[in-house]
Structure formats: structure tokens, C-alpha cells
Design a protein around this ligand. Structure first.
Ligand code: FAD
Length: 317
């Protein structure tokens, strides 16, 4: 028995969500009294051995550059093979875009039970009971995985990254990438931006900002906070902002430490994508705006007056 944690990466670097998954997987292994190992497909510039500080003893690597672009079918076949080779019984993913695409496919290949979007360590005293958020994080469900191999994906930002001492041993796995049914022909990067799903702080704008020409006010606030920009759906639908910035039920689901919503009413479909944020700040001129009910801090007032003042104050910190 062992726990295997999938290490996701992009542009040669390990994603922050994977550090959470490693810490979580190591904690699951400790609970079960079994070793924890990481699994990396492809190559990264980061020091793999240093990942031992998150509590894992070994990194299994399939060191083939063909794995550097995500192909869910190719990945799931390779990961299933790695599980069989290493004899892992618990497989942990981050519930990010990669985990969402790959974890269920791997589970199907291994005939394993899968719980996606876990928010806490499993209760191993009464089986392998995993708590997960459901109904757009409006409720929680507890699911017991009874299969021999168990697959869990962890909601980003729901488990604290903890680093201690230690280095991991690197073990090369001879896994040949399968021929994919799709081929990546080009990758268009949106440069200079923090990816929304990895962002610690998000500054988000809605229709209350009146038009795309006013987004400079949000950019001014986002810069000193090193924040990513987001928007409500009508803003993206009106082409004020690109669609990859649209958050909510039908957009990106985010869980930053701080979500600042400016001129957004707080419709249930918007909240569905942001209500896992640790702290929500709402700026809205309507004191009855529904978003205030979900807010930790609220400012009632005109965004065009508040934003410059807020930005100036934040720059002083
Ligand atoms: P509005 O509802 O127009 O609100 C604008 C807000 O700005 C108001 O609260 C107003 O008081 C405030 N305001 C105006 N002027 C100022 C000012 N000067 N200063 C400060 N505040 C000001 N929406 C999403 O966002 N994400 C989704 O994923 C999503 N999915 C959907 C799926 C379905 C099936 C459906 C039916 C809808 C979905 N929607 C989604 C749309 C959602 O229902 C709302 O219509 C939308 O979120 C409203 O966007 P908004 O808050 O920017 O605009």
C-alpha cells in the first residue's frame, strides 16, 4: 500500500495546487501508516528532490518531453500504468483543470472509486470517507470509497501547504506515451498574467464598471496586490473582457485567499464560482446588492470614487 500524488506542471514549473496535493497526500499516507510518493509526467526546471520537504520519500518520473503538453487520454493511460507499477492504493490529484480532466479517466481505467473536490483529509477510522463540496460549494457530502484503489482530487486552496525537512529520491519510470487522439499544434499564452485558478488575490469587475474603458481602475488596484483579473459573465459576453476571465457557474471556479468584487451584483451563478474564496470584499453602490450577504467586508459606494482611494492606500503598505 502507498499513496501516489500526481504532480501537475506548466511552463517547466510545478503548480502551486500540486504542492497542496503533495502535503495532503503525505498527510493521508501518515494517517494510513504507508509511504507517500509523487508522480511527474514530463520534465520540469524545478528541483524535484526538494519536494521531499512536503513529506514524500520518492518521486516517480516518466521523463519524456511528450508528456509536457496535457492530453487527458495519454496522461490517464500513463498514470494508470504508474499506479500498477508502483502498487499505489491511493491516488491524489489537485481538482484543477488537469485533475478534473484526468482523475475520473484514471479511475475508470483502474476500476477505482473516485471522489472529486475533496476539502478535508479522509476519515480512515470508518472506511475511507472523503468530505467534498457539492452544489457549487453550497453543501458538503461525505463519500466512502470502498474499492481497493481509491482516487481523490483535492479542491485547490482547501489544504494548507506545509514544508518541513527532507529530500525525495528520484525514480525513473519507463512509461512510453501512448499515441494521442489529439495533437497540440499551437499554444497561445496570455502573457504577464497570474492564472486565475492559481491566484492568491483576484480583483473582479462587473457591469457596474460601465464599460471596458474603465478596467484601468481595476488594473491599478490589481498591480500592487499582484492580483489576477476576473469578471462577471455579462462583462465577458459583452466583449469588455476576454472569456477566460469570466468566473462563476459557467466560467472558471476560483478559490483565492482574497476576492475583491467591484460592481458585481452577486447573482447565484456568479457566487457559485467564487464562494470558496477565503475572504470576499464587495464594492457596490447598492446596499441591497445580494453580494453583501456573502461578503466578509463590504463597501457601499461608487466604485469610481472608491477604487482610486483604495489603490492609493494599498500602495502605501
Ligand atoms: P448586474 O447584475 O447588472 O450588476 C451590476 C452591479 O453593479 C449592481 O449590483 C449595481 O448596483 C452595481 N453598480 C452599478 N454601478 C456601480 C458603481 N458606479 N459603483 C459600484 N457598484 C455599481 N454570471 C456570472 O458572473 N458568472 C457565471 O458563470 C454565470 N453563469 C450563468 C449561468 C446561467 C444559466 C444564467 C441564467 C446566468 C448566469 N450568469 C452568470 C449571469 C448572472 O445571473 C448575472 O446576470 C450576472 O452575474 C450579473 O452580472 P453583474 O453583477 O456584472 O451585472
Amino acid at each position: 500500500m502507498s499513496v501516489l500524488i500526481f504532480i501537475d506542471h506548466a511552463d517547466g514549473h510545478i503548480k502551486k495546487a500540486s504542492l497542496e496535493a503533495l502535503t495532503y497526500g503525505a498527510a493521508v499516507a501518515k494517517q494510513l501508516g504507508v509511504p507517500a510518493a509523487g508522480l511527474l509526467l514530463g520534465t520540469v526546471q524545478d528541483d524535484l528532490a526538494a519536494l521531499g520537504k512536503y513529506g514524500i520519500s520518492t518521486i516517480h518520473q516518466a521523463n519524456n518531453e511528450a508528456f509536457n503538453h496535457l492530453d487527458a487520454q495519454v496522461y490517464s493511460k500513463a498514470i494508470a500504468e504508474a499506479v500498477t507499477t508502483t502498487g499505489a492504493t491511493v491516488l491524489v490529484f489537485s481538482h484543477n483543470q488537469t485533475g478534473k480532466a484526468v482523475a475520473p479517466r484514471v479511475a475508470a481505467r483502474l476500476k477505482a472509486g473516485v471522489v472529486t473536490g475533496a476539502v478535508a483529509l479522509p476519515d480512515t477510522a470508518s472506511g475511507f470517507v472523503v468530505k467534498k463540496s457539492v452544489f457549487s460549494a453550497k453543501a458538503f457530502a461525505k463519500v466512502n470509497i470502498t474499492s481497493a484503489i481509491k482516487v481523490v482530487s483535492l479542491n485547490p486552496n482547501s489544504f494548507k501547504i506545509e514544508a518541513g525537512e527532507g529530500t525525495a529520491t528520484i525514480n525513473q519510470l519507463a512509461i512510453t506515451p501512448a499515441a494521442g487522439a489529439v495533437k497540440v499544434t499551437a499554444v497561445n499564452k496570455v502573457s504577464g498574467e497570474v492564472p486565475l485558478t492559481e491566484a492568491e488575490v483576484i480583483v473582479s469587475g462587473g457591469r457596474g464598471l460601465k464599460g471596458p474603458e474603465n478596467w484601468g481602475l481595476l488594473e491599478d488596484l490589481a498591480r500592487p496586490l499582484h492580483a489576477a483579473l476576473a469578471c462577471s459573465r455579462p462583462v465577458a459576453d459583452s466583449h469588455w473582457r476576454p472569456h477566460h476571465e469570466h468566473v462563476g457557474q459557467t466560467g472558471v471556479q476560483v478559490a483565492p485567499n482574497l476576492y475583491i468584487a467591484v460592481g458585481i451584483s452577486g447573482a447565484i451563478q456568479h457566487l457559485a464560482g467564487v464562494n470558496r474564496s477565503k475572504v470576499i470584499v464587495v464594492i457596490n453602490k447598492d446596499p441591497e446588492a445580494p453580494f453583501f450577504k456573502a461578503a466578509d467586508y463590504g463597501i457601499v459606494g461608487d466604485a469610481f470614487e472608491i477604487l482610486p482611494k483604495l489603490t492609493e492606500e494599498i500602495k502605501k503598505i
